[in-house]
Design a protein around this ligand. Structure first.
Ligand SMILES: N[C@@H](CCC(=O)N[C@@H](CS)C(=O)NCC(=O)O)C(=O)O
Length: 202
């Protein structure tokens, strides 16, 4: 098996961190997204949406969507559990990971995608929407700061995929000048803790 990825892009980073937490090594193949190799016909045979990461299994099956790839590895390598370990925990992790994707990662990604030259000709852009989403991201980081006043990690007292999604999203915010504010003490405390894990460097 191998993973097609792009070293500098946020979604492939989610998968690398997840695998590092599990201690799983998978060969990677870099796809040049700057030259839009991912948008070409050959790559679209692996993922018609033309995005990385893509996990290609030995039988040729291609799995895209970062969370789907992570779920595959959780199934074949359940420990440490990063999607929760019983019914309640799994539901809470799912809830929080979806919240991190829809309310943190998406607005932060749109703040970049909707205005940056990288996406010209790849998607329809509306720079005003980039600014709206930047403001939404800032509001949602305030909300997350309050949430993290009540517990150690995003989904409870254990590190999970929801922490990976949130950390990767917030780190990607740098390119759109979205950052944790000095007064967001809970968010800063959580971010320092998750960033200090060796997996954060993956
Ligand atoms: N929902 C997808 C998003 C994948 C995605 O947007 N990947 C970006 C990199 S972070 C990409 O391929 N960008 C290049 C492009 O869209 O041309 C996932 O979770 O994997």
């Amino acid at each position: 098996m191998k993973i097609y990825e792009s070293r500098n892009a946020p979604n492939p980073r989610r998968v690398r961190i997840f695998l590092a937490e599990k201690g799983i090594e998978v060969p990677y193949e870099e796809v040049d997204i700057v030259k839009a190799v991912n948008r070409g016909a050959e790559f679209r045979r692996k993922n018609p949406l033309g995005t990385v990461p893509v996990l290609e299994l030995d039988d040729g099956t291609c799995i895209s969507e970062s969370v789907a790839i992570c779920r595959y590895f959780e199934e074949i390598h359940p420990q440490p559990a990063l999607f929760g370990s019983d019914a309640k925990e799994r539901a809470l992790v799912e809830m929080w990971n979806r919240r991190m994707e829809f309310n943190i990662l998406q607005p932060i990604a749109d703040a970049f995608r909707q205005r940056h030259d990288f996406f010209k000709g790849r998607i329809r852009q509306l720079p005003e929407y980039a600014e709206v989403q930047r403001l939404n991201a800032e509001d949602n980081l305030n909300w997350l700061d309050q949430e993290l006043g009540a517990r150690r990690f995003i989904a409870g007292d254990r590190f999970s995929i929801a922490d990976i999604t949130a950390m990767v999203a917030i780190d990607f915010g740098r390119v759109s000048k979205i950052a944790i504010k000095p007064e967001q003490k809970n968010l800063a405390r959580w971010h320092a803790e998750v960033s200090a894990r060796p997996s954060a460097k993956a």
